[in-house]
Design a protein around this ligand. Structure first.
Ligand code: NDP
Length: 442
């Protein structure tokens, strides 16, 4: 149901937790989630256009995200009856089993950058495990969560097990995260908000998982196919107009190829098409809001003032609709890792390219950040790939690739980038309690 009343939504969810959904067999829950995937695909274009219009995403990206959301429900629909307990060989005569049981009412708090996709990462494993859910979408982008609510109920979920509550995070968020009926909170957004949620929920000992900010690094060694790295890294920082917690917004390049890399990266950046979300040729849409664009523009100025060189971008393009919050992607070269542009999450299309000397220097710079979410490493030297991948403190790392996120693999951060992991089998652990039962044979 769509509600503007958190207590009413939590009443409904509590009734659902005492009702049929948690007791439904894993196989039947799985079938329901597969019907959700089918329901999303049946309305895929409706979802994609809604997401593109609401979040300002290029329609091609929105279509990809809708399919990825459907695939997430399909994955957990298939996974849930293969999520096994354990039998432990204890020393007493008897049988010791470990059961996984649903945790209870789950509050799912979602940001505006990937509204439907991040909702699906939380809703699918929570529902698969047998929990009722209350979704709190971002105020700027509630529309696809509301449509998903319809699809969930049409697929056969009990209406009381699914609520969507749009509205301001500061009030609705506090009401949800401070309520003793909420057993589990899954949040994605700003690190400061995540810390606030830990405080608000602490009296209730709610289970909390957090996916927070990032300042990830792409590390490009001179021995790599650095031209490919330059071409592909462009979208690893500017995709979703830089509004991506996984954005590799620090690009560390070994000094012997630094100038050539900067030049190629800047050319590839200039070639990106900034335009209207519903134009199929658009690669970068507008930013989410005037305020977010202002922040990005301010950071370009902060970087230049600190001594970085603005190689390209950082301008409001004349050719775009003045009502949209467009900004051309900005490349800052000669950045030192101590500068604010290299330390703070900008959440906009601003890349900082930082030179390094050798392997030890690269590792030190990559780790010199309060964050640890994603990252890439480019090298042809297998030994170096292994050494550096092990040394960088981050939750997700790709070697000779820029993809961070796969439905089947765990995703989440070290340090201030979060707590816990989403996606893959690991996510099911967040939405279940572990119960140990011993059957005496005596
Ligand atoms: P927030 O962390 O403020 O918001 C994320 C979600 O949390 C939204 O649904 C928001 O609601 C809700 N919320 C806000 N305050 C509370 C609270 N006290 N209790 C519970 N829920 C709350 O991020 P923003 O969307 O405002 O973006 C601000 C910055 O956060 C960005 O500039 C970026 O740096 C970072 N960010 C990081 C993301 C990531 O994926 N890691 C995603 C989005 C942002 P409402 O929308 O109503 O405020």
């Amino acid at each position: 149901m769509c509600s503007s009343d958190p207590p009413a939504a939590l009443d409904a969810a509590s009734r659902a937790f005492a009702g049929a959904w948690p007791a439904t067999s894993a196989t039947e829950r799985g079938r329901t989630l597969i019907r959700v995937a089918t329901g999303i695909r049946a309305r895929a274009e409706e979802f994609a256009v809604l997401e593109a219009r609401n979040a300002g995403k290029p329609i091609g990206d929105a279509r990809w995200e809708v399919e990825a959301a459907a695939a997430t429900f399909e994955y957990y629909g298939g996974a849930v009856n293969k999520y096994l307990g354990e039998v432990i060989p204890v020393s007493e005569p008897g049988l010791d089993v470990v059961l996984r049981e649903p945790v209870g009412v789950c509050a799912l708090i979602v940001p505006w950058n990937f509204p439907l996709l991040i909702t699906s990462w939380k809703a699918a494993p929570a529902l698969a495990a047998g929990n009722p859910i209350v979704i709190k979408p971002a105020s700027l982008t509630p529309l696809t969560a509301l449509l998903l609510g319809e699809v969930l109920v049409d697929a056969g979920l009990p209406p009381e097990a699914v609520s969507v509550i749009p509205g301001p995070g500061r009030t609705i968020g506090d009401l949800l995260t401070g309520d003793p009926r909420v057993a589990k909170i899954s949040f994605t957004g700003e690190t400061a908000t995540g810390a606030q949620i830990l405080r608000t929920s602490s009296d209730n000992i709610a289970r909390v998982s957090l996916e927070l900010g990032g300042k990830s690094a792409s590390v490009v060694f001179a021995d790599a196919d650095w031209m490919r790295a330059a071409d592909e890294t462009v979208m690893a920082v500017f995709g979703n107009t830089g509004q991506d917690c996984c954005a590799r917004s620090r690009i560390l390049v070994q000094d012997s190829v630094y100038d050539d890399f900067v030049s190629r990266f800047a050319d590839a950046t200039r070639a990106l098409t900034v335009g209207a979300p519903l134009d199929a040729t658009t690669e970068l849409g507008p930013m989410i809001s005037a305020a977010q664009r202002r922040i990005a523009q301010d950071y370009v100025g902060i970087g230049v003032e600190a001594g970085a060189e603005l190689v390209t971008g950082g301008e409001v393009p004349d050719a775009c609709d003045p009502n949209g919050f467009f900004l051309t992607p900005a490349v800052l070269a000669g950045v030192d890792n101590s500068m604010r542009v290299a330390r703070e999450e900008i959440f906009g299309p601003v890349a900082s390219i930082i030179p390094f000397r050798d392997e030890a220097d690269a590792i030190e710079i990559a780790n010199d950040t309060p964050y640890g979410l994603s990252g890439s490493l480019w090298t042809r030297d297998l030994g170096r790939g292994i050494r550096v991948a092990r040394a960088i403190r981050t939750g997700v790392l790709s070697v000779n690739s820029n993809r961070s996120v796969r439905t089947e693999t765990p995703f989440g951060g070290y340090k201030h980038s979060g707590l816990g992991r989403e996606l893959g089998p690991h996510a099911m652990d967040h939405y279940t309690e572990v119960k140990n039962v011993f059957f005496s044979a005596e």
